[in-house]
Write a protein that binds this ligand. Structure first.
Ligand code: FEO
Length: 397
């Protein structure tokens, strides 16, 4: 259902309740998502972002409930990723002469996605397009999260449309933050930040500072996924500022997998050591846990302990993807250590430590490994290992 944000500004997007994996299978979307598209009616008519391609007709039908689609003069493509630009090919069949507004990088990426020579207008930060009474103002936001990413601001209505920034993969019946469960929204917002935006945290901070200096009024922040922030909209900006700083809860995440429970016994004993020192922890067996959810917990924590038995001179395959993610995401201000059981070659701990170092996670203490099944005395050493890690973490923090 089309929803009015402010007079003559409409959400005409799509709620996708059933998508459970995004980016192929890279990102889990347990709560679905939305593709937000905004229609602005003034003397000129503008559409800011479209939807994912398979939902093009739904977007077109939504627009038609408000206005004759042929009246659209401008289509802003803030970002070429197909969950937002995918509706362009169908839409542009109705309005082939409309102007498609893109950033300089967007000019390249939108064209290279669709290979159509639409009537492109390239904008840079500070450029404006008058719609009549109000204007669109553009701010490029490179690497938040693609080189082409751009924010669009609507004067007069004070609406910021920052595309992916401040968004969440969250399907809901209400479109606004005051209509939904705030805890769920923040769970999805931090997951989005942790899994997608963390490598660009310094840019996030700089962009927010840049915006604050502009001192422009913001009544609504309308991202391209999830709910629209209208009740105290700047709360999510402050959260981004906090998340970008790398502050953490001082807790520990233990991630591991196990073949015949030896590494699991070690994980539980290490957790006992943390508990004895009063450090909160969460334990995740990667054979059964969702990678993106675990990464979110690592993002929130101060320490990460990784365990795997040795297998074929390496690690269990279930552990490798999250180590790969950690290398790419480069979480700030984390410390780590490794553990695991082995049978003969025993490279596991060293390999985990190498991965943690590549992820810029400081190795707090030498890893611990035991041959075959750990005996009582060895498990007691695991408890001690956990206690020492807890003490080191407190010292680090
Ligand atoms: Fe929601 Fe970067 O696309």
């Amino acid at each position: 259902m089309v929803v009015e944000l402010k007079e003559k500004v409409y959400w005409v997007g799509v709620v996708d309740w059933n998508i459970k994996h995004f980016h192929g299978h890279e990102y889990s979307t347990h709560r679905g998502t939305t593709y937000n598209s905004y229609l602005i009616i003034d003397e000129k008519v503008a559409l800011v972002d479209t939807v994912w391609g398979p939902y093009s007709q739904e977007l077109i039908d939504n627009i038609e409930t408000v206005i004759d689609i042929k009246k659209i003069d401008y289509v802003v493509a803030n970002h070429a990723e197909t969950d937002h630009s995918g509706g362009l090919p169908e839409l542009m069949k109705y309005i082939p002469d409309a102007t498609v507004i893109v950033s300089e990088k967007g000019h390249e990426s939108v064209f290279k996605h669709y290979h159509e020579r639409w009537n492109f207008k390239v904008v840079k930060t500070g450029d404006t397009v008058s719609l009549g009474k109000n204007s669109l103002v553009f701010v490029t936001a490179p690497m938040l999260h693609w080189p082409d990413s751009m924010f669009t601001y609507l004067t007069g209505k004070n609406i910021l449309m920052p595309n992916d920034a401040f968004g969440q993969h969250y399907a809901s019946s209400g479109r606004f933050n005051d209509e939904v469960d705030e805890i769920e929204v923040y769970q999805e917002a931090i997951k989005y930040y942790a899994n997608i935006l963390t490598p660009f945290s310094d840019l996030v901070t700089r962009k927010i500072d840049e915006f604050k200096k502009l001192n422009i009024p913001v009544d609504i922040i309308a991202p391209s996924h999830g709910i629209i922030w209208r009740n105290n909209p700047l709360q999510i900006v402050e959260k981004y500022y906090e998340w970008a700083s790398g502050e953490n809860e001082g807790s520990v995440v233990i991630i591991y997998d196990t073949m015949w429970n030896a590494t699991e016994k070690m994980a539980i004993a290490i957790a006992e050591g943390l508990e004895k020192e009063g450090v909160k922890f969460k334990l995740f067996n990667m054979a059964v846990c969702d990678r993106n959810d675990v990464l979110t917990e690592v993002f929130k924590a101060g320490g990460i302990l990784v365990g795997s038995p040795a297998l074929n001179n390496g690690l269990l395959p279930t552990i490798k993807p999250i180590l790969e993610d950690l290398k790419g995401l480069k979480f700030k201000n984390k410390v780590g250590a490794a553990f695991g059981s082995y049978g003969w070659s025993g490279e596991n701990v060293k390999l985990i430590e190498e991965n943690l170092e590549k992820a810029k996670i400081k190795i707090l203490q030498e890893g611990i490994k035991f041959k075959w099944q750990p005996v009582k005395e060895e498990l007691e050493r695991c408890v001690e290992f956990g206690r020492n890690f807890a003490k080191g973490l407190k010292g680090h923090g």
